[in-house]
Design a protein around this ligand. Structure first.
Ligand SMILES: *Cc1c(COP(=O)(O)O)cnc(C)c1O
Length: 401
């Protein structure tokens, strides 16, 4: 009998009981606004900010309404002005160029390596055209961060990190998000901790974080940020910075805090799924696994591999055949954007220059979500089905087929 996979690729793990208890407490109190407490107690949001700052060893942390908002606030806070160009990865998710466009700037996209990280040569050739790089660790792939920071520091380019897929990951034992000037994270359902929507940013720079806090919509409540800069940092900033109104609320913060303690455990669980898929596809003809550095401790919440040289027809056939056996894969090569998956040349507002290397990589790139509702046996089953279908499609076809 043909093996089928029956679990859902979009079903996330339920939240821990402690999150349910915390949510109940907040809902019963009716205090859902982060500045609603009159008694000088730290808000749930403030406590989350303090806990996350400690988690990644940052001086300051600010919670906001989404990962996209965290990036837009960060870009504005580091001084990006309308009309500026901002460097970023061509291989990323739409909210990344979206955050650049949201501050009136234009993305200047960088080519992609077979590691799925940005191409250092292309970056080096474009560093004199912008003063900020919004570096996206797309799907958890971190480039050589030591080399990147040396290159950007030398060129005077400020690095803002998009850590939507690297919360809980490390490069050379430094948490992802702590190499650049600012680290931005998402707490949207399909990332590493889940509040439906939400975002966090961290930095050690007091002036930058004062701007970010006012941008997020703190009004004159900046003293009520237990993980924020001291009130002195705000003296002119509070009057000179607009309010972009993208605060996090108490309910989301309350359900996020108990999830923080599970980051290391979840990284270990994801590693099992990721390595099982890697092992299961290592011998599959035509499959190129994505090289990983031993300096990264990554979070394998999704899995990618490439089928270099495969035609669009063959890729489409694989998606259909795997889909019929319950394995939901995504492809970055589709002519039209589908669901959450789009490609740099679909972002017309950014008028991207053609990037042939990225186009070729994306045309061969297969992407799978790995929710923690899967176990090692599930990952092995998915790998067997993919191995099977890839071999089937690679077999010389007879006229009858
Ligand atoms: C999801 C995502 C974001 C943005 O997060 P939201 O919280 O959904 O706005 C940013 N970058 C990448 C790579 C993402 O996948």
């Amino acid at each position: 009998m043909t093996e089928r996979f029956t679990k859902s690729f979009t079903r996330q793990a339920p939240l821990p009981d402690a999150a349910l208890v915390a949510a109940d407490r907040v809902l019963r109190s009716g205090l859902l606004h982060r500045y609603g407490h009159g008694d000088g107690r730290d808000s749930e949001v403030g406590q989350l900010e303090r806990a996350f700052a400690d988690e990644v060893g940052a001086r300051y942390c600010l919670a906001v309404a989404s990962g996209g908002q965290a990036m837009a606030v960060a870009l504005r806070a580091v001084g990006v002005r309308p009309g500026d160009r901002v460097l970023s990865n061509a291989f990323t998710l739409a909210p990344v160029p979206g955050a650049i466009a949201a501050v009136g700037a234009t993305p200047l996209l960088i080519e992609t390596e077979d590691t799925l990280c940005l191409d250092f040569d292309d970056l080096a050739s474009k560093l004199d055209r912008a003063s900020v790089l919004l570096l996206s660790h797309m799907r958890g792939h971190m480039c050589d961060m030591d080399r990147l920071m040396a290159l950007c520091d030398r060129a005077g380019v400020t690095v803002v990190e998009d850590c939507a897929h690297t919360m809980g990951a490390f490069w050379n034992d430094v948490p992802s998000g702590r190499h650049g000037r600012v680290g931005c994270y998402s707490t949207q359902t399909y990332k590493h901790i889940n509040s439906g929507e939400g975002g966090l940013l961290v930095s050690d720079d007091a002036e930058l974080m004062a701007r970010a806090t006012v941008l997020s919509g703190c009004y004159m409540n900046f003293a009520r940020h237990p993980a924020g800069p001291p009130p002195e940092a705000y003296h002119d900033i509070a009057l000179e910075t607009p309010n972009m109104s993208c605060r996090m609320d108490e309910l989301r913060a309350a359900i996020l805090r108990p999830q923080l303690t599970g980051l290391a455990r979840d990284r270990a669980a994801w590693a099992v799924l990721y390595r099982t898929l890697e092992d299961g596809l290592r011998g599959t003809p035509g499959v190129a696994l994505v090289p990983r550095s031993d300096r990264e401790r990554f979070v394998g919440s999704s899995f990618q591999f490439r089928l270099p040289g495969w035609s669009a027809e063959a890729m489409t056939a694989l998606i259909a055949r795997a889909g019929r056996r319950g394995v939901e894969i995504k492809w970055f090569g589709a002519e039209q954007p589908v669901g959450f998956t789009s490609r740099y040349d679909h972002w017309r507002y950014a008028a991207p220059e053609p990037l042939p290397k990225t186009t070729a990589i994306l045309a061969s790139l297969v992407d799978l979500r790995l929710p923690l509702t899967f176990d090692a046996a599930d990952a092995a089953c998915i790998a067997r089905i993919l191995d099977n279908e890839i071999r089937e499609l690679a077999r010389p076809q007879t006229a009858a087929e």
